[in-house]
Ligand binder design. Structure first.
Ligand SMILES: Nc1ncnc2c1ncn2[C@@H]1O[C@H](COP(=O)(O)OP(=O)(O)OP(=O)(O)O)[C@@H](O)[C@H]1O
Length: 809
């Protein structure tokens, strides 16, 4: 995303009286700010010394009462103090730094292109940067003259560069702004007065730390720094890195009993890895009238589950979002989910932090979050700003103990619930069938498996994530895969390769054949995964499944095999044998020793089979003589080579025999034998006989036709009746379903609390009363936007930029 062009059109000269009013305002404002007493209980925006444009902007956006974090942070921030702000998710941290940005720059009159960049707001994700920019636009649109822009990539560097030169406020992501700092000469940050890090702990952590350190190098040390996050840390090292000056630590939940909003109900269910998909499906289909956000650990998982569920039509609109989608698509999806009433969004942690989706009813964490902080941010997408919400975490039995300990340590109140056995639907067979018919989906499934396994492997917290404890084989089969793709980084896998290398030749041959159809892939991180044969008995279905997908996957295997010279990934070569000419000429029957290359000397027995002879291996083609075939077969392509292995196909090339019938004495006759001439003449003239024959046949055909038509009518009637019966049944189910659906009511049906499931109470004992959906705030938002022309929703990037151009400058 590029910045919007500031002052795209020359602004009309502002009336003198307005300029004058600003001149008068500033000293008065400054003294009112100096007189502020931090720690005093300010409750409304109107009780604070604000410039007229900010006051108007807040009023137009219907912000009047201060939230806790705002009441504590604003006075200090106005007075230029550095702040470390920690407050629960959805508690209004965005305004706690945006209002000071507008006010402090306003008082410093850091306006216009000559003033240079006054404030830099850094966000870890593009989505969040866009959201922050929109809030800035909303509260700044009533008369502020700042030039503000977004620098998050997605546009050419040149476009961004030109706009950056004129900006007073920039909202950006770390990587992109660093690129400009190091490459754009005209980007002047000497006057920078404020640096804001939203989701500061994330930006300070490993993934971004190098970028951030480099950014800091470019910025003047004499500036105000504001850090905000729901999971803020006070690490001394971080404070030193940012050269904070006597920072004020504001934590509005340190003393609170929980780190998450009071209005959030949090539960977890123990669901072994192989049952996760069933549980998720059962959950979604019993919670159709709700807005659900489902977190998964990788983009591949997101895509796979989205595709599979979409085909199965759960009865609720599905969306999916991950970091590998194009920026415009991501923006479109977040926007659609924002506006949706009932919808289910599958997403990675790209939406875990900061995003303010209105009225989310459920946050479902299918894959366990990497730590308690991520958990807190994920669940924070619901129950925002005093609204209600519910969150459910799926835990594999091996994750339970470790994760619960971490959550307890972070003051997260979470209770166990169980899935009602009756409501748990098993979808394994259906998914398997789907993958069978759709090789691309199968490929996606393999990718999902390997990226999930890899995500477990790279987790730092081994106490929670112990790869050896997961039932990966069961998980693969729950994804509809015929076997678990074998992952190279697993120790077990290395041992398996060793075992195969040392195994007797015959056995190895069998194994290599089995794994042939389902070789692996290389995922984005360079992890080579390989499909392993399923343990135990392989069914005919397994073989069909693998055959069906061979061709499609071959391309992907090819990619992978290129990088693999150890041969173990090369289909069918687990035994380490080199693929040479010998293999190229591998045929069903070889010529017995002594046979020459032109006329094969094969035994009768072999001839009975689809016997084959060979020509010289002189390069590209050779000739093969088939027993029973008139012409020799030229083998000049892999396809033809393959043909030699198929008895059925070879039979087609052989001469067809002629059909005979046997009389009572067992003598063979042709099916249509010519009649004796005299006998024929004795029956009358040839023409009469022909006509009689035609008439008789026509009569017979007419009779059959009547019967056929009657049969067709009967079948049609039966079909109609069946369809009607199905429709009636569906209506009944729908009526029943609707009666029990409805957000939490439906969910109450699906999930039972631990007590009930343990048999210590009735099924509904201890169940929370049905929650009313807290739509008030959302509805109010919508209303506000409809009535207020300037505040209408922005649909696309271009619109956003066009709007931005009208705004602040
Ligand atoms: N003073 C206020 N009055 C009414 N609503 C507010 C106020 N401040 C913020 N909100 C609303 O509360 C919601 C959450 O605010 P915001 O996104 O700033 O939360 P946050 O603390 O940054 O959350 P997160 O930690 O998830 O990033 C938004 O919808 C915002 O419009």
């Amino acid at each position: 995303m590029a910045p919007f062009p500031t002052r795209a059109k020359p602004k009309p000269q502002r009336p003198n009286n307005k300029r004058k009013r600003e001149d008068i305002d500033i000293p008065a404002l400054q003294s009112a700010v100096t007189a502020l007493t931090p720690g005093e209980s300010y409750t409304t925006f109107s009780s604070l010394p604000l410039s007229e444009p900010t006051r108007e902007g807040l009023k137009a956006a219907h912000f009047s009462t201060l939230t806790d974090i705002q009441a504590k942070a604003l006075p200090l921030a106005f007075q230029g103090r550095d702040i470390l702000g920690a407050a629960k998710t959805g508690s209004g941290k965005t305004l706690a730094f945006l209002v000071p940005v507008l006010e402090n720059l306003y008082r410093a009159q850091c306006i216009g292109s000559d003033a240079g960049l006054g404030a830099m707001i850094i966000s870890p994700t593009r989505e969040l940067a866009i959201q922050i920019f929109e809030v800035l636009r909303t509260i700044g649109r009533k008369g502020h003259l700042f030039a503000a822009g977004l620098v998050i990539g997605g546009k050419s560097l040149k476009e961004e560069r030109d706009a950056l030169a004129r900006m007073n406020i920039v909202v950006c992501t770390p990587g992109r702004i660093l690129q400009h700092l190091s490459q754009t000469a005209a980007f002047n940050v000497e006057n920078l007065q404020m640096l804001v890090l939203d989701e500061a702990d994330r930006i300070l952590d490993m993934g971004f730390s190098r970028d951030l350190d480099a950014i800091i190098e470019y910025l003047p040390p004499d500036r105000q720094t504001l850090l905000f996050s729901a999971t803020q840390t006070k690490k001394v090292g971080d404070l030193a890195r940012l050269s904070l000056r006597d920072p004020e630590y504001i934590s509005v939940h340190e003393a609170a009993a929980s780190a998450t909003p009071k209005t959030l109900i949090q539960n977890y269910v123990i669901t072994p890895l192989p049952e996760k998909l069933d549980t998720l499906w059962s959950f979604i289909t019993s919670t159709k009238k709700a807005k659900i956000l489902v977190f998964l650990s990788s983009g591949k998982q997101v895509r796979f589950i989205f595709e599979v569920f979409r085909h199965m039509q759960p009865g609720i609109p599905l969306l999916h979002l991950h970091g590998r989608q194009k920026q415009t698509a991501r923006l479109d999806i977040t926007d659609r989910f924002r506006r949706a009433k009932d919808s289910c969004l599958f997403a990675t942690d790209v939406v875990a932090r900061g995003l303010d989706f209105p009225a989310v009813d459920w946050v479902v964490q299918v894959d366990c979050p990497e730590d308690a902080e991520t958990y807190i941010h994920r669940v924070g997408r619901t129950a925002r700003y005093e609204r209600e919400g519910r969150a459910v975490l799926f835990l594999d039995p091996s994750e339970e103990e470790g994760m619960l300990r971490r959550l307890e340590h972070k003051k997260v109140p979470i209770e166990r619930i169980n899935v009602r056995g009756k409501k748990q639907v098993k979808i394994g067979k259906q998914v398997q069938g789907m993958l069978f018919g759709d090789p691309q989906l199968k490929y996606l499934g393999q990718k999902a498996f390997s990226s999930y396994t890899r995500s477990l492997h790279v987790q730092r917290d081994k106490e929670v994530f112990d790869l050896q404890k997961y039932d990966l084989e069961g998980y693969a089969s729950s994804l509809g895969l015929p076997g678990a793709p074998r992952i190279k980084f697993l120790k077990a896998d290395a041992e398996e390769v060793k075992r195969l290398k040392n195994a007797p030749r015959k056995r190895k041959g069998e194994e290599s054949e089995e794994s042939e159809a389902s070789a692996g892939e290389e995922d984005e991180d360079g992890v080579v995964a390989k499909v392993e044969k399923k343990n135990g008995v392989r069914t005919k279905y397994d073989r069909m499944f693998e055959r069906k997908n061979q061709d499609v996957l071959a391309e992907h295997y090819g990619k992978m095999v290129k990088d693999e010279d150890d041969g173990d990934v090369n289909a069918g070569r687990l035994d380490g044998e080199q693929v040479g000419d010998e293999d190229l000429f591998d045929v069903k029957r070889r010529i017995p020793a002594g046979g020459d290359s032109s006329g094969a000397e094969v035994s009768d027995e072999e001839e009975e089979d689809v016997a084959v002879a060979v020509a010289a291996p002189n390069g590209t083609s050779r000739t093969v003589h088939l027993a029973g075939a008139k012409d020799p077969l030229i083998i000049d392509s892999k396809r033809r080579e393959k043909l030699l292995k198929s008895k059925k196909k070879l039979l087609k090339l052989k001469d067809k025999g002629s059909r005979v019938v046997f009389d009572d004495e067992g003598l063979p006759h042709q099916v249509y034998e010519l009649e004796d001439d005299d006998a024929f003449r004795a029956r009358g003239a040839a023409e009469d006989q022909r006509r009689a024959f035609v008439d008789a046949e026509a009569g017979r055909v007419a009779e059959e036709d009547i019967k056929d038509k009657a049969l067709a009518r009967e079948k049609k009637r039966e079909k109609r009746e069946k369809r009607k019966a199905r429709e009636r049944a569906a209506e009944d189910v729908e009526e029943g379903g609707e009666a029990e659906a409805g957000g939490e009511d439906a969910m109450a049906n699906f999930l039972a609390d631990a007590q009930a499931a343990d048999g210590s109470g009735s099924e509904d004992d201890g169940e929370e009363p049905p929650q009313k959906k807290a739509k008030k705030w959302f509805e109010k938002d919508v209303k506000r936007d409809e009535s207020d022309d300037e505040g209408r929703e922005i649909g696309t990037f271009d619109e956003l930029e066009a709007e931005a151009a009208k705004l602040l400058g």
